[in-house]
Ligand binder design. Structure first.
Ligand code: FES
Length: 141
């Protein structure tokens, strides 16, 4: 398929398809005239990219997941199950992180101290305690 065909079938822009190819998520072959040609199964990879982005995964997460996909054929149902299970765990971790931040923000609402010693959002996990000089600099701000 030409890049135009892939764009039409996937609903992605040509520039997005080129970008994903640059990042190694999809591959093409070149004709004698140096035009890209894509195997049909690349549409499946593009569909997976769209799903992953919808779930909120980073490009790096997607690259890691795709590193285990077979070359030269569409990802199988088993590949998808393995990948989606992993993504589900990543999503649960993100949700937990956001819920923790929400709880911390609840703590800060109405406070306004922005203290390096007490505020969990300004100094998460007390990172400034590890470097007293940085702590002094930020305390002045
Ligand atoms: S602003 Fe006071 S605890 Fe965060």
């Amino acid at each position: 398929m030409t890049i135009g065909d892939v764009a039409k079938r996937s609903g992605l822009s040509i520039s997005a398809i080129r970008f994903y190819e640059e990042k190694g998520l999809i591959r093409s072959l070149r004709t004698n005239g140096n035009q890209r040609r894509y195997a049909r199964h690349m549409l499946r990879r593009l569909a997976l990219i769209k799903v992953a982005q919808r779930v909120g995964l980073s490009l790096q997460d997607i690259q890691q997941a795709f590193a285990n996909l077979p070359e030269g054929k569409a990802p199988s149902k088993a590949d998808w199950q393995k990948m989606s299970s992993r993504w589900q765990r990543q999503l649960e971790e993100k949700i937990q992180l956001l819920q923790n931040m929400q709880t911390q923000l609840d703590w800060c609402i109405g406070c306004g101290c922005l203290s390096l010693d007490n505020c969990p959002l300004r100094n998460p996990e007390d990172i400034f305690a590890q470097d007293p000089q940085t702590h002094e600099y930020w305390e002045e701000i």
